[in-house]
Design a protein around this ligand. Structure first.
Ligand SMILES: [Zn+2]
Length: 276
């Protein structure tokens, strides 16, 4: 049974993805969860770090166990179960949107590392060593070079911004950037090209780090997947010729259902004796 639940917990409010089978609940959550606690939310959900979700589950959900995991990890598990990565033991999911998310499946298991962070912070890799020190403290981090969160600021720094179509836009996101680039706006084309180079470079680094069979790309920019995916594949072909033939770079197949399915798989794997 799958449910969508909106629930307030202390001063933390969020939309949870909830899967329930046999008394186990699993939540997909942004940020860096550690099964019951959110370790860091990067400003997305203020107060979440101080919420004990296990206690919340006991108090508000009739004592049912609560598991927390990163939402992109859950989506990757779902895609591995029945979507684009079905049958793959090693897969990576990159989400390009407000920020840059990453999740890694290695040898059939989610890669966690010493602090349950493995892979999730790939978006903070340096791609411009002489870049500005960004919000995370790392100079030239990919997320500060190419994400919706910084797009307007990046556009305003361009010398041709004031005479660009972008300067007339009500809000500046990638949908607007693609549209203005389609209309032949030079500033938009240049900024879009910069973002694509950043993402392609990060994708290549991810391939080098995790050796996946498949990379699933998600996020808002995949509304233009027919344009974005060939750029990424070409980048790998150009710069990783020795292994290029082995790696698929694709869109996800399951959409929002991927994380729900992943939650179910996560819960089943965590308490295999409880669930049928
Ligand atoms: Zn960063």
């Amino acid at each position: 049974m799958f449910l969508w639940v909106v629930e307030g917990v202390g001063n933390f409010y969020g939309l949870f993805q909830l899967s329930e089978r046999g008394g186990i609940l699993a939540f997909g959550r942004q940020g860096l969860p550690n099964f019951h606690l959110v370790l860091g939310d990067f400003g997305k959900f203020p107060g979440a770090e101080h919420v004990d979700f296990a206690a919340w589950g006991r108090a508000r959900l009739a004592g049912l166990p609560v598991l927390l995991e990163n939402d992109l990890r859950m989506a990757l598990l779902g895609e591995a179960e029945a979507g684009a990565a079905k049958g793959c033991d090693s897969a990576v999911m990159l989400a390009l949107g407000t920020g840059i998310g990453c999740a890694v499946l290695s040898g059939g298991h989610l890669l966690r590392g010493a602090r349950n962070r493995a892979g999730t912070l790939m978006g903070h890799c340096s791609v411009a060593f002489d870049g500005l020190v960004g919000r995370c403290g790392n100079p030239g981090c990919a997320e500060d070079q190419a994400s919706t969160a910084v797009l307007a600021e990046q556009a305003r720094r361009r010398p041709d911004f004031s005479r660009s179509r972008l300067s007339q836009a009500q809000s500046l996101d990638y949908e607007t950037l693609f549209r203005c680039a389609d209309e032949g706006d030079d500033c938009s084309r240049s900024l879009l090209e910069h973002s694509l180079r950043v993402w392609a470079s990060l994708l290549l680094t991810t391939v080098l780090a995790y050796d996946p069979e498949i990379v699933i790309v998600g996020g808002g920019v995949m509304r233009r997947q027919e344009f974005v995916l060939p750029v990424f594949r070409a980048h790998l072909n150009r710069h990783l010729p020795a292994i290029r033939a082995d790696i698929q770079v694709v869109a996800g197949k399951l959409g929002d259902q991927a994380a729900l399915l992943g939650c179910e798989r996560f819960a089943a794997a965590t308490r295999p004796g409880v669930l049928a």
